[in-house]
Design a protein around this ligand. Structure first.
Ligand code: AMP
Ligand code: FE
Ligand code: FE
Ligand code: ZN
Length: 280
């Protein structure tokens, strides 16, 4: 029995619907999934309903873009209440900043004589939480680039002309928000930061767990994070970070979290809910 706890749907920059994700999860023999769209929990109710029909366990989730000492870190919130008013207010603000960022990227492309419109990107994205992958898809669709990689390499990645910095809340604020919404805060793909010294201060800020297994983690990295998590009493998670068909082959099910880790996560969640609210 295994779980894939890092999945994106078309409510952010994935291409599958929540129901398609659950269908794939069932066919691949997964027993539990979490939906972790960027800055939104909109797909969670539909994913939960589909999981209930298919007999899978489900955790609602989201992936927040946070910042620590100038470094971008991604924080996963697992089992957050998808109706929590303050969570929804904050997510709406992150979404509106994302939409402004798309407009700014489009303006920069226009300045390069690429006649893309923000409306074309929004129509293609068809979600409240658009990002660079949607701009890249619009560039390919409009015939301005031959591939998503080319769109990123030429225009959208750091140091390229249409790159626009992304708004980030502090890692501390992200963790507090997830806790307030009833969830567990887990640092996503720490291996992508290539800077393990970021982990200790995030743990000190109240982090509950580490995503030890991820598509882009080497076996060495996973082992290192697993040892760190054990040493510091952190929950251990893992997921494929599947974005559907947007990055070639769908990744769902290619990273599988063992069931005992999933059970441990649920125990930690139950303990947290029984514990009195922590001060501050
Ligand atoms: P954003 O959150 O708007 O900054 O966009 C980040 C997303 O872009 C993440 O899901 C990345 O995986 C994706 N991304 C980054 N580089 C590339 C690339 N070369 N091709 C496709 N997707 C990419
Ligand atoms: Fe993404
Ligand atoms: Fe991420
Ligand atoms: Zn992700």
């Amino acid at each position: 029995m295994a779980a894939d706890l890092h999945l994106h749907s078309h409510f952010s920059d994935g291409t599958y619907s929540p129901e398609e994700i659950v269908g794939h999860a069932r066919r691949l023999g997964l027993r539990a999934i979490a939906l972790t769209d960027h800055d939104t929990v909109e797909g969670c109710a539909r994913a939960a309903a589909a999981c209930a029909r298919e007999g899978l366990e489900f955790l609602s989730g989201t992936e927040l873009t946070a910042e620590l000492d100038g470094h971008e870190v991604h924080i996963l919130g697992f089992a957050v209440d998808p109706t929590h008013p303050r969570l929804l207010r904050e997510l709406a603000m992150f979404q509106s900043v994302r939409q402004d960022r798309v407009r700014e990227m489009v303006e920069r492309l226009n300045a390069l004589d690429i006649p893309l419109s923000a409306d074309a990107v929004f129509a293609l994205a068809n979600c409240r939480s658009p990002g660079r992958p949607h701009v890249a898809r619009a560039l390919v669709q409009g015939g301005f680039c031959v591939s998503l990689d080319q769109a990123f390499d030429r225009y959208l990645k750091l140091h390229r002309p249409a790159w626009v910095p992304k708004f980030k809340i502090s890692a501390h604020a992200a963790i507090d928000l997830i806790h307030e919404a009833g969830g567990l805060a887990v640092m996503a793909h720490p291996g992508l930061n290539h800077n393990d010294r970021l982990i200790a201060p995030i743990v000190a800020a109240g982090l509950d767990g580490l995503e030890c297994w991820h598509t882009k983690h080497s076996a060495d990295a996973s082992g290192r994070y697993l040892a760190y998590a054990r040493q510091h009493g952190l929950v251990v998670t893992g997921g494929s970070d599947c974005h559907g068909l947007s990055k070639g082959k769908p990744l769902i099910g290619t990273v599988r979290l063992d069931w005992d880790h999933f059970e441990h996560l649920k125990q930690r969640l139950a303990a947290r809910r029984l514990a009195p609210p922590h001060p501050g």
